[in-house]
Design a protein around this ligand. Structure first.
Ligand code: FES
Ligand SMILES: [Fe+2]
Length: 364
């Protein structure tokens, strides 16, 4: 048998709206998706709405101070319940004023008592799975989904050791970057560093040592590890004695649309992709500081990151999306080095595997 190299996915996976619809019903509805930050839900009754896999949802802090997530739809005749974000004691539908407790149970509605056999106790909003992951709120439309710790083994502990103050963090900068490409083009670009030396001079010479960069699966997480450049080259002071990972860089991409990144100095920042349609994705770069306090180092880093890595990647992913629509493109072989390392696309092969199935379920 001759060896056949693994090819990049067929272009239609990145361009066809029918495939995107199938993803919304399958892949994106059966995986853990970032919804927001717990600091938006500190008080009882705090809520925010969010769209995941084409569904409007809302997350809310209930009377027992538990985090809940529901489909944003009234159980009477389907009007949307909440808009934006805010605080409320009851969830009241704007159509006929049916109102629900924060637990999702129906409380009352005008004139419902005239209906024989109407039992308010039998009506409840439809729940969505929700988890608080060090203050990051994730939801999953699949009620049977395994917990995040099963999907992403060890990540919770590793993050805590890289960012010891993670539970005190709040968002301080939030940057939205529209990219005209399929979400998988952007995620694949994030998940390989074969393009780094040529395209990311600042990152590859100022932050990491590319020859030590590697990306390996850890459950459904792709863990990026690297040695850093001489920390004297860093543009901000780092107290290496303060904790075990003060001088380290690492990142944890949580399949399919989120990544935690830690820069030297225990600086947490996140990548989050919102898949809008087959040809558009919105990238959100989040930066966090203790209690969300203004922080000059983070401001400088966030601006530098926007002007270098992010800007460089936009050009790449948008050019790829154009190319995927070319009649002249045939999927090419991935460069997979069995030893892994920076000049290898083994992580793209892993993403391909996950795109095709998760828990044995095929999405396409
Ligand atoms: S649709 Fe909500 S009260 Fe009628
Ligand atoms: Fe890149």
């Amino acid at each position: 048998m001759t060896d056949t190299p693994l090819l990049s996915l067929d272009a239609s996976y990145y361009t066809d709206e029918k495939i995107f619809k199938a993803e919304q019903q399958g892949l994106l509805a059966r995986t853990w998706q970032f919804a927001g930050h717990a600091s938006q839900l500190e008080q009882t009754g705090d809520y925010f709405t969010v769209e995941i896999a084409g569904e409007s949802l809302f997350c809310i802090r209930d009377d027992n101070h538990e985090l809940k997530c529901f489909y944003n739809v009234c159980q009477h005749r389907a009007h949307r319940l909440l808009e934006g974000s805010g605080n409320t004691r009851l969830i009241t539908c704007p159509y006929h004023a049916w109102n629900y407790h924060l637990s999702g149970k129906l409380r009352a509605g005008p004139n419902i008592k005239v209906v024989p056999g109407f039992d308010v106790n039998k009506i409840c909003l439809s729940s969505v799975r929700v988890e608080d992951f060090h203050g990051f709120v994730f939801v999953n439309l699949d009620m049977e989904a395994k917990p995040m710790d099963d999907w992403f083994p060890e990540v919770r502990n590793q993050l805590k050791s890289y960012v010891p103050h993670i539970n005190k963090l709040k968002p301080v900068r939030w940057i939205e970057v529209p990219e005209v490409c399929n979400w998988k083009v952007s995620v694949e670009n994030y998940s390989e560093c074969y393009h780094c030396k040529l395209n990311h001079r600042t990152f590859a010479t100022g932050v990491v040592k590319p020859e030590t960069y590697d990306i390996q699966p850890q459950g459904y997480c792709l863990r990026h590890t690297t040695e850093c450049q001489n920390l004297d080259k860093m543009t901000y002071p780092i107290d290496l004695a303060s904790n075990e990972h003060a001088g380290d860089y690492s990142s944890w991409f949580l399949w399919p649309l989120f990544s935690f990144q830690v820069y030297p100095g225990n600086i947490l920042n996140t990548y989050h992709w919102r898949a809008l349609d087959a040809n558009n994705v919105l990238l959100w770069r989040g930066w966090y500081s203790e209690n969300g306090q203004a922080n000059e180092v983070i401001d400088t880093l966030a601006t530098q990151d926007m002007d270098t890595t992010v800007a460089e990647d936009i050009g790449l992913v948008e050019a790829v999306q154009q190319g995927l629509k070319s009649r002249g493109y045939r999927p090419g072989p991935l460069v997979i080095d069995p030893a892994g390392g920076v000049d290898s696309e083994h992580s793209i092969a892993t993403l391909q595997q996950w795109m095709r199935h998760t828990d044995g379920q095929y999405f396409y």
